[in-house]
Design a protein around this ligand. Structure first.
Ligand code: ADP
Ligand code: MG
Ligand code: MG
Length: 250
């Protein structure tokens, strides 16, 4: 599904990713854990194609195709989904309107017909019911006055509607409350599928009490330092990142 080889990325002339290699199989939930400032968010932005990140070496392949030359919208069309780390408030735009625009933009990019309003509403209602998103949230402007947990719910709802092949969930370092953790993990668990992969990025171990990853990767100093199974997350919780960082702050 996702094959990253020897990825070097600079931001503002400073190298952040330093030869990162990672592969995630179809159907797999891969967790990436690592200390603050090590380039975890940078990695997710580079996969999604955000501007300002200079790839100086290496490749990122999705189902065998190098996606680094593609526009962000083309990557969305190929099935890449990046949940916003800090979801924006869009005053005056109803959540339903926003979701419909996002979904239809994605469908156009995939060469699929746009959904008309009745079919769209049917799908949103089904997904909202499955994820426990209350109707009144859908009527409010995008994210306005939403709690952290509600914003996460919207993100997961968006993911459910877009049906991505590769979903990247980058958790805030400030930490989510238990309610939000549960929302994210239930959403991921409900959307797990043999042809869909998840990359779950987290600084803390506790999200992985809820999402059971197939693989755990330790990222430090701009590289994947170690790969293991779920037991690796428990080891990290006990021992921290010290042994991986040395001169870097934890
Ligand atoms: P993590 O998500 O692991 O905490 P980040 O990818 O956010 O790490 O950041 C990695 C490093 O890159 C940090 O030192 C950060 O200050 C730097 N960095 C990230 N984005 C930018 C940017 N837009 N401009 C300058 N430096 C950045
Ligand atoms: Mg950070
Ligand atoms: Mg980050």
């Amino acid at each position: 599904m996702l094959e990253i080889k020897n990825l070097h990325v600079s931001v503002g002339g400073r190298e952040i990713l330093k030869g990162l290699t990672l592969s995630v199989k179809a159907g797999e939930v891969a967790a990436i854990m690592g200390p603050n400032g090590t380039g975890k968010s940078t990695l997710s932005y580079v996969i999604a194609g955000r501007e300002g990140y200079d790839v100086t070496e290496g490749e990122v392949k999705l189902n065998g195709e190098n996606i680094l030359g593609l526009e962000p919208s083309e990557r969305v069309a190929k099935g890449v989904f990046l949940a916003f780390q800090y979801p924006v408030e869009i005053p005056g735009v109803a959540t339903m309107t926003f979701l419909k625009a996002a979904l239809n933009a994605c469908r156009r990019a995939r060469g699929e017909a746009e959904l008309q309003t009745p079919e769209f509403i049917k799908r949103v209602n089904e997904a909202a019911a499955a994820l426990g998103v209350p109707q009144d949230m859908l009527k409010r402007p995008v994210n306005s006055g939403f709690s952290g947990g509600e914003k996460k719910r919207m993100e997961i709802l968006q993911m459910a509607l877009l049906q991505p092949k590769l979903a990247i969930l980058d958790e805030t370092d400030s930490g989510l409350d238990i309610d939000a953790l549960r929302v994210v993990s239930e959403g991921v668990n409900a959307l797990r599928a043999p042809d869909r992969s998840f990359v779950v990025i987290t600084h803390y171990q506790r999200l992985l009490d809820y999402i059971k990853p197939d693989t755990v990767h330790v990222m430090a100093k701009g590289c994947i330092q170690r790969t293991g199974g779920p037991e690796l997350a428990l080891e990290l919780e006990e021992r921290g990142y010290q042994e991986y960082v040395a001169e870097e702050a934890v």
